[in-house]
Design a protein around this ligand. Structure first.
Ligand code: ASP
Length: 420
């Protein structure tokens, strides 16, 4: 969308989305469950529209992006920078979680009985590093694509894009042009769907508020404060510092350009469903090339989850505190590392972070503890607001990574101004 300074505020998408959020909050609060039941399906429909475009969008974006990188060396460099950024930002996030748990000590005197319990769903995450590697390579690309298996899809697209760069000129230009054209078509479709963002957000927020009883949150106020302050520090201190130091980017400009993905992440609680909005924004508002955004964003949505890393670390230590288990420094270091692994293993869908917390609990011998399982159930019951916030942090970190790496690749137009 071209910037039009004469457009009144109420026709600007982010104001529409923000107003829809406030309206949803009011309607959900005033009419409760009946409103959630009546309107909830519209939110689900919107989520389906977003999910519908993820696989073809990621496929065309990565293949056309990687094919334009030009040769194996350049691809290797981009890959190295991307991995380096993921590890750095997620590690800082997990350490922030560790710090906040030790400062606030939310597990002391927590009243777990007052938080409703919920069945904990089966854990379907690879539990060893070898499994993770085997899972990345698909047996059959089409089966992976139809199952929405993101890491396998991404792997295939990167090697396919790399293969294109080695072709003789004629076929290389033909295939690259075809994927570029399909990518543009997918972006046009994405733009069409994003026009419905305010309606989708209104329905999602109405459903969330209408279905949630707020009394049970009070008992776990300190737990909320711990995770919430960890997320806030990461979002408003650590990330801006990384933007300034590594990318020479003004954080306020980046925040302003990121309004729509942040609001979408907040409303959908899914980095995956937000991905189309993230890709569009990074290209059109932040000004990152397809080469970099196609590399950093789809993979980031799947593996780079800073908000989730904070949650895994602080959440597992919270459980240990409630159970009165004292952890040594060595054990706390294990928690930080496994929190990082768990955040990589978490799927980009709502509440995935709660389920994978067992990876961390297993590492400190609490995975089979019945009381720990009950606490995880309570955490799941009240997870939605925290999930909204950590998903926004997850998406923000991916966007910062893309902007920083684009700057390091010499892209000058990144975040030079706020683009509407
Ligand atoms: N909902 C988060 C996301 O999609 C994952 C989580 O539950 O931590 O990014």
């Amino acid at each position: 969308m071209e910037y039009d300074p004469t457009l009144p505020w109420y026709r600007r998408l982010h104001w529409q989305v923000l107003s829809a959020m406030i309206l949803g909050l009011g309607v959900g609060w005033a009419f409760g469950l009946p409103a959630a039941n009546a309107i909830g399906w519209i939110g689900e429909l919107f989520m389906k529209l977003l999910r519908m475009i993820i696989v073809p969008l990621v496929l065309t974006s990565i293949v056309s992006g990687v094919a334009s990188v030009g040769g194996g060396r350049a691809i290797g460099r981009l890959f190295g920078k991307t991995m380096g950024y993921y590890v750095l930002s997620s590690m800082l996030a997990a350490l922030t979680g560790l710090l906040m748990v030790n400062l606030i000590r939310p597990g002391q005197n927590a009243d777990m009985g007052a938080a409703a319990q919920q069945e904990v769903p089966e854990l379907s995450t690879p539990d060893s590093a070898v499994d993770l590697i085997l899972d990345i390579v698909p047996n059959n690309f089409f089966a992976a694509a139809s199952a929405g298996d993101m890491l396998a899809i991404i792997f295939f697209c990167i090697v396919f894009g790399a293969a294109i760069t080695g072709l003789p000129e004629k076929p290389r230009v033909v295939v690259t042009d075809i994927f570029n054209a399909f990518f543009q078509a997918m972006m046009a479709l994405t733009s069409g769907i994003i026009k419905f963002l305010p309606i989708g957000v209104f329905a999602l927020i109405t459903k969330m508020v209408g279905e949630t009883g707020f009394d049970r949150f009070a008992a776990l106020a300190k737990y909320f404060a711990t995770i919430g302050s960890g997320l806030t520090i990461h979002l408003f201190i650590t990330m801006p510092l990384l933007l300034i130091v590594l990318g020479r980017i003004k954080p306020l400009v980046h925040f302003a350009n990121l309004r729509e993905p942040l609001l979408t992440a907040f409303s959908t609680s899914s980095s995956g469903a937000t991905l189309p909005v993230t890709i569009k924004t990074l290209r059109e508002k932040v000004g990152v090339s397809n080469k970099v955004s196609s590399f950093v964003l789809p993979m980031g949505a799947t593996v780079n989850m800073d908000g989730t890393a904070i949650f895994e670390c602080a959440g597992a230590l919270f459980i240990a505190q409630v159970l009165g288990v004292d952890l040594t420094i060595g054990q706390q270091a294990i928690v930080v590392l496994t929190a990082l692994l768990a955040s990589i293993g978490a799927a980009a869908v709502p509440s995935a972070g709660v389920v994978v917390i067992f990876i961390v609990l297993n590492a400190i011998g609490l995975g089979d503890n019945p009381e720990a399982i009950t606490i995880v159930g309570a955490m799941l019951a009240i997870d939605r607001p925290l999930d909204m916030y950590r998903t926004a942090v997850n998406v923000f970190s991916d966007s910062c990574g893309a902007a920083i790496i684009a700057r390091s690749e010499g892209e000058e137009g990144v975040d030079t101004e706020v683009r509407h």
